[in-house]
Design a protein around this ligand. Structure first.
Ligand code: IDP
Ligand code: MG
Length: 141
């Protein structure tokens, strides 16, 4: 059975461009409950830890620089079928390939600066949420 939790980050350029409110509204309108939320900034090392799965990819170092370049907003979201439904809401990794109306189509600047992160599995959603929120057991069933 699929889980009801996913994790998202609003990435630096979407925050600095002032899209946090519009993105958050889109998330809530789509039926996700925000059960944890934090504005913070990642160091280059913390960004590297978060994206460790991509450490051998050519874009890794640039991605870590980008993700530590400014404030981000981390959120834990709750909804039935959360991981899959949120990936549908945000659209393809490359905004040029994202469907009309998706968050990345609306607010991304480039493949790297693609507005938001979304977990790719129930297991990673819990790991990623735990990366930012130490009190997870209080609000995840
Ligand atoms: P996802 O965010 O849609 O799950 P991943 O493949 O997990 O996509 O990649 C993580 C992040 O790395 C992407 O959201 C994007 O910011 C960046 N990224 C992925 N592929 C490339 C690339 O080919 N060039 C530059 N950045 C990339
Ligand atoms: Mg991913």
């Amino acid at each position: 059975m699929s889980g009801n939790i996913t994790f998202t980050m609003i990435k630096p350029e979407a925050v600095s461009d002032g899209y946090s409110g519009a993105i958050t509204e889109k998330i809530e309108t789509a039926g996700f409950e925000i059960i944890a939320m934090k504005m913070t900034r990642l160091s280059n090392n913390r960004a590297g830890e978060f994206y460790m799965v991509h450490k051998d990819r050519p874009f890794y170092s640039s991605l870590c620089d980008y993700m530590s370049s400014g404030k981000i907003i981390a959120m834990v979201l709750k909804k039935d079928n959360a991981v899959e439904d949120y990936r549908t809401l945000i659209g393809a990794t490359d905004p040029e390939k994202a469907e009309e109306g998706t968050i990345r189509k609306l607010y991304a600047k480039s493949l790297q600066s693609n507005a938001v992160h979304g977990s790719d599995s129930d297991e990673n959603a819990k790991i990623e949420a735990g990366f930012f929120f130490s009190d997870l057991e209080l609000f995840i069933d």
